[in-house]
Write a protein that binds this ligand. Sequence first.
Ligand code: ADP
Ligand code: MG
Length: 569
Amino acid sequence: MKTPDTLRAVLARIDGRGYKAYEDIRGEYDFGSYRLTVDYVQPDPFAPPSQIIARLSQAEAGFPPGLFSNAVRRTALEDFLARRFHELSGRSRPGSRGTGRSGLISIDGPPQEVIRRTAVLVGEAAVEARFVVGLPARGRTVLGRQAAAIFFDEIPYLVEKALVWRHLDAAAAARHVDAVEDAAFIRDGLRERRLVAFVADGAILPRASGVDDRPLAGRDVVAFRSPDALRVEFRTPHRGAVTGMGVPEGVTLVVGGGYHGKSTLLNAVEKGVYDHLPGDGRELVVTDPLAVKIRAEDGRFVEKVDISPFITNLPFGRDTRSFSTADASGSTSQAANIMEALEAGARLLLIDEDTSATNFMIRDARMQRLVSKDREPITPFIDKVRQLHRDLGVSTILVMGGAGDYFEVADTVIMMDEYLPKDVTAEARRIAAEGGTGRAFEGGERFGAVRPRRPLPESLDASRGRREASVAAKGLHAIAFGRSTIDLSFVEQLVDISQTRAVGDIILHAARRCLDGSRTLAEALALVERDLREKGMDILSPYRRGDYAMPRMLEVAAAINRLRTLRCA
Ligand code: ADP
Ligand code: MG
């Protein structure tokens, strides 16, 4: 290992030389209280910045073991430290010390969600931060003194303030870790209580705006308050008793006038598969971890999905037990989204009328009379939702302000009224009993089969030109995978581009290591998940990245399903 004096000498020597000379600083340096590794050096000041790792032994960092005594607490502590590092490094701006990215010091910035990531890693022996630095230059000329300021002033300051326990706010760290553990505790307890979601009294659900995920602020914000009939209590390890609305298993309908907060509630439940930081407003909005948002997605690609529970007798006798298309319709895309989610292990479907195909959701009495069943390929969701729960144990929460026919199939009906929920189950039942809908039930006795598919690994082809594998996240909702682009615009439960990045590399890992043409998609993803849990996300990359965040295997499946080269046996 090299000494800091070596680094200082190299920076002095290469000062004023061409940018390539920065290659000479690659290596490991012993800074006394921590070890600094320059893992990757950018080729020019405009290129993606250089990768740096700072590693402190716990003897230096001094974190109380209780703060990372289990996987949930560890992830929360790592998240807390990454946020602190991010906040402190926020003052360094690209361009502040020269051309291009010169002067940037940046760590992967977490969203409102607390997710396992690789930016900061806490272990029994050491604490590690992985960040990037824009090595300073004027034009393409090395600015050695500016670089020295980064390595000898700024990084030591960040390491000290963000990674050494005695410089951190102990109370804030405990609050962060405890809040996350309370949410995880409730999530673990849902199934035993036969609940699929929990929304705490006092939760703030609306967001600042469509592009700002922080809580909506102001006097007009209505805090959540459970209807008495649905109120449940959890005794959490840190906060003690917490009350809120428990959404029971089965079929739950969310009704109410337009603009009364229905979609806002559903969106919060969608994100409740993740933990949130204290102060987010949704830190105790908790959902079954296998909940999947389902929507229509016309134009999407579909490979050999059995959509026959919902769609049969397509024109020209197209087979819907192995349905493929490069351009699905609204209804077939929604059916495929459901069947794929079930194949990947979903236990709760979340559906909003705003983003559903009407003809997939409902076929009313009049339409049934005009268009006979043998001329309509679609069995609407209303005629399958009960069997879905009875046969497969899969629950549904459905926002439906426009079709009261659903009263007949709902176990629970919640009305959003000026942003507050009311339990209107009894009233909805009474209305349903008074006069039938006049509809004929079209769904049959059973839901039907969920047929597992066996993806062919060679079809997940990431090659591009001379490169064997070229995979990159292009924003939160797209992955460049080889010569294809995977469009994830409608995969709404991705929350962080670092998850998207991981999804791309997980697909590659699955294709190389887990899929063999005879394994099913679900089996392969279970293997991937175990690998990631046991060995960490570093298995996804040839070098140690600081910009991965853990996706759910449900989103990985969603991405594989949208890769247009996918072929199944
Ligand atoms: P719906 O789906 O019933 O038509 P939305 O959920 O889209 O209604 O909500 C309509 C608007 O009300 C949104 O702009 C949202 O931010 C706001 N809103 C939702 N819930 C609340 C609340 N609890 N307090 C204040 N504003 C809210
Ligand atoms: Mg809505």
